[in-house]
Design a protein around this ligand. Structure first.
Ligand code: AMX
Length: 441
């Protein structure tokens, strides 16, 4: 058993026993009430699952195992000469529940390098897809093609003891995370760089090697990639990609199947595809105004026009957050610290000043503040990655860290198949009538 797996086992075994005890002793205690609005409107605010890796606060934003993003930018281990955290560190933190040492992250970097070989048939499958296929379609297809490698699926077919599930899910998750940058870079180079692929450089950390395989050798892009892959990793359990991975995994579908399902959700414009939508929206704004830097008044008019057309302003709003997303703030800080001036990033700052009061004035948008996607594309464009329909793949590579760490926890704690109840409108109407009866009597 490798040292990370050993450490996880040490942590998870007593917690799994504790959870069993909590269910036995306190299982009938109530955590809240369910309203009709929640049932019809996406179950917002309804506690429905346990996710150990991170917890979202509506006002403060995300905390990973209790640590905020500013804390993690300071406290997680860095690459030599680096200033941003290594994503290996946030994976360790989410999986183990403790801040890693430099040695812990080096172990993960080496482990992922060892596990990173992608079977040839995956590239063959990608090569058969039309190059125009959306990068997320290609990404999910590649993950599905890699499912042939699932050690969980093979072991399950032979027959395994329930208590050992997590070990195989750990192996699949580590292999999958190790291979995703290679697959994503292959898609990028195939689609936008005429198929001129770049071999991995295993002397580099996971994020820097990813930047290298994408074709970006500058120190600054590697630094951005480390931050990007850290802050997109997890956002508690109820978001579409995390919840889908958890749900599909609950049927004991292996990590490849579960993660691919989650990625299909990330590919939706209200979720992870919003980062591409933001850039498309800004480019459209620039084009309609004849290029150059727009004024704040022009931006305000463009926002109002978007709303009048019945479209969403991408990068703004959130199902849980009610303040500026700290992932937005971290990227804004990166811009101010390392870039200083860039036209697209300046437009992002101007939108941040102009959009919230306009969105608030609609009276219906619950959160008028920017989310993570409002800033990410502008930084990527600054370093030369103009192909914005690729951005969600970067998000997906990062999201693997959180949802797969959670999947390992699900299997280690004996989380069962998920099966919430559903009702019909007829049922709801009858329920309302029965609730109103005593009041009328
Ligand atoms: N622009 C225009 N309208 C918006 C809006 C926005 N940015 N955000 C919310 N609204 C609208 C909703 O569409 C809804 O309209 P309706 O009543 O006519 O159906 C109304 O305001 C109330 O919505 P809400 O309760 O405030 O939000 P929600 O929980 O239903 O949805 C979200 C949350 C993120 C999908 C929504 O804010 C949105 O569509 N934002 C733009 C897309 C985006 O940036 N998504 C990325 C989110 C982060 C991520 O997952 N990566």
């Amino acid at each position: 058993m490798d040292r990370l797996k050993e450490k996880f086992k040490e942590k998870a075994t007593p917690i799994a026993a504790e959870i069993k005890e909590i269910i036995k002793t306190h299982g009938d205690k109530k955590l809240g009430e369910i309203t009709i609005a929640q049932v019809y409107q996406g179950m917002k605010g309804m506690v429905g699952m346990v996710t150990e890796t991170s917890k979202l606060d509506a006002e403060e934003g995300i905390r990973f195992r209790g640590y905020s993003i500013p804390e993690l930018r300071k406290q997680l281990p860095k690459a030599p000469g680096g200033t941003e955290p290594l994503p290996e560190g946030i994976f360790y933190l989410m999986l183990v529940g403790e801040l890693p040492t430099q040695e812990d992250v080096t172990f993960i970097t080496n482990e992922w390098a060892k596990r990173s070989v992608v079977p040839k048939h995956v590239f063959d499958v990608l090569d058969k897809l039309p190059v125009e296929a959306h990068p997320m379609t290609q990404f999910v297809t590649a993950v599905m093609a890699m499912q042939t490698e699932s050690v969980f699926a093979k072991a399950y077919a032979k027959g395994i003891n329930k208590k050992d599930y997590w070990e195989y899910v750990y192996e699949d998750s580590m292999n999958l995370i190790a291979r995703l940058p290679r697959v994503a870079a292959y898609i990028y180079r195939r689609k936008y760089k005429g198929g001129a692929h770049i071999e991995p450089d295993h002397k580099l950390d996971w994020a820097a090697n990813f930047a290298h395989m994408l074709g970006y050798e500058e120190f600054d892009m590697k630094r951005l990639m480390r931050l990007y892959l850290t802050i997109h990793a997890d956002h508690e359990g109820g978001n579409v990609s995390a919840h889908t991975t958890h749900l599909v995994g609950s049927a004991l579908s292996d990590p490849y199947l579960a993660f691919a399902a989650g990625m299909n959700g990330l590919a939706g414009p209200l979720h992870g595809l919003a980062n591409q939508e933001v850039l498309a929206w800004i480019m459209d704004l620039k084009e309609q105004l004849g290029g150059g830097l727009p004024t704040k008044d022009q931006i305000a008019e463009f926002i109002k026009k978007t709303l009048l057309e019945g479209k969403v302003v991408p990068g703004y709003g959130h199902a849980v957050l009610r303040k500026t997303d700290p992932r937005f703030t971290a990227q804004q800080d990166f811009y101010k610290t390392y870039i200083g001036h860039d036209d697209i990033c300046e437009i992002v700052q101007m939108i941040y000043e102009v959009a919230p009061p306009i969105l608030e004035a609609t009276g219906k948008i619950k959160n008028p503040w920017p989310n993570v996607d409002a800033h990410s594309g502008a930084l990527l464009v600054h370093y030369g990655m103009y192909e914005y329909d690729f951005y969600t793949v970067l998000f997906g590579v990062s999201r693997a860290l959180g949802v797969l760490a959670s999947l390992i926890w699900d299997r280690a704690t004996g989380s069962p198949i998920e099966r919430p109840g559903s009702v019909t409108t007829d049922w709801v109407k009858k329920k309302i009538a029965s609730m109103e009866q005593p009041a009328k009597a």
